[in-house]
Write a protein that binds this ligand. Sequence first.
Ligand SMILES: [Zn+2]
Length: 80
Amino acid sequence: MSCGCNPDLKDGKELVDHVKSKGKDHIAPTVAHVIRCECGETFTLGTVIMNCPSCEMTYVVTPCGSHDKNNIKLAGIKYA
Ligand SMILES: [Zn+2]
């Protein structure tokens, strides 16, 4: 657990709070995943916490889990 990420956090809102508390919300993920948002927008995840440019749904992934698209969570509209 050297990076401080907590894989037990399943809720997107908790993940946002956790990543922000570590001051890592503006770092780039290991892989720049392409997100297909539920609103129909497609965008590239440039930071580990990012809002959809269309509907502002907040997407979050922990820095250490950011290689795997399955680790990306939704935190709600404009949560970040
Ligand atoms: Zn969207």
